[in-house]
Design a protein around this ligand. Structure first.
Ligand code: DGL
Length: 294
């Protein structure tokens, strides 16, 4: 597993302090926050979920482009992080540049792990499981032509799997058949008999990695970008040493843009990941952003 192994054997410096805000549409980014917290206990990690606009994967490009720089700016003003992590493939593959242009701090994006998958595949056939938005992006097509030109890439987008992952993680009733259904098009595509790696190109999907593996018609490896994003964030923070945000508030905050009632799942699951201070911001433009702790 060439690239990922090389990366994981590299020594990534652990910064002595710093604050990171990890952002996603919903609870998927918690899988990235977890990778970060496991590697760097000294770093304060807060979380933000755009629950008022969830899910991103079936929204139009125009709607997301209009929303992302504004919500990112608003969240950074509230949380005062040293690094902003967009732990969402759907958002990063569309508007990473626009968000970077708006913020004055470093922004780490999430890129589908096509490069490591292409390097590690023994058969030369990989699958890409993502949201419909990520599947149709030019950014994704460019990654495939840059890193997977000589291999077969089977793509499938599923918004149902995003919802299923949230229901499963929250301990709500869910349709177990959905795990097979969501990846069936990958296994039934032409050439799928050779499929050996599936890239989980939505940060929600590692929440149900074992369920996907159990529902697969034959064994494949599932890989994601969580570890690579965590390492990249720590590299950037380490370079900022000595110039961290003076914000001394404790970590473990969760910023939500949706109504608390509609965000109940997110609140429940984020508590399980260690985020206990729930703060609701107003997701609509032009209004007072901080509405309060609940
Ligand atoms: N977790 C997000 C991603 O990585 C998307 C989920 C959604 O559709 O909102 O793409």
């Amino acid at each position: 597993m060439a690239n990922e192994k090389i990366l994981s054997s590299q020594i990534v410096p652990i910064p002595e302090a710093g604050r990171v805000l990890v952002f996603d549409s919903g609870m998927g980014g918690l899988t990235v926050a977890q990778e970060l917290m496991a590697r760097a206990p000294n770093v304060a990690v807060d979380y933000a979920a755009d629950t008022g606009f969830f899910p991103y994967g079936d929204k139009s490009d125009e709607a997301l482009r209009a929303r992302l720089p504004d919500i990112a700016e608003r969240l950074v003003a509230e949380a005062c992080p040293d690094v902003f992590v967009i732990a969402c493939n759907t958002a990063s593959t569309l508007a990473l540049d626009e968000v970077r242009a708006r913020l004055s701090i470093p922004v780490v994006g999430t890129v589908p792990a096509i490069k490591p998958a292409a390097l590690e595949s023994r058969t030369g056939t990989i699958g890409l499981l993502a949201t419909p938005g990520t599947i149709r992006r030019q950014y994704t097509a460019d990654l495939i032509s840059e890193f997977a030109r000589d291999i077969t890439v089977i793509l499938h987008g599923s918004i149902e799997l995003v919802r299923l992952a949230e229901a499963y993680a929250a301990g709500e009733p869910y349709d177990a058949a959905g795990f097979a259904a969501a990846q069936r098009p990958l296994f039934e595509a032409e050439g799928a008999a050779d499929l050996d790696i599936i890239v989980l190109a939505c940060t929600h999907f590692p929440l149900v990695r074992e369920q996907l593996a159990a529902a697969a018609p034959y064994p494949v490896r599932y890989i994601d970008s969580g570890g690579a994003i965590a390492r990249q964030t720590l590299r950037i923070l380490s370079r900022q040493s000595g110039s961290f945000s003076p914000n001394k508030r404790s970590s473990g905050r969760v910023f939500l843009s949706g109504e608390p009632a509609g965000s109940a799942r997110l609140i429940k699951v984020s508590r399980r990941f260690g985020f206990n201070d729930i703060i609701v911001i107003d997701g609509s433009a032009g209004e007072e952003s901080l509405r309060g702790h609940i």
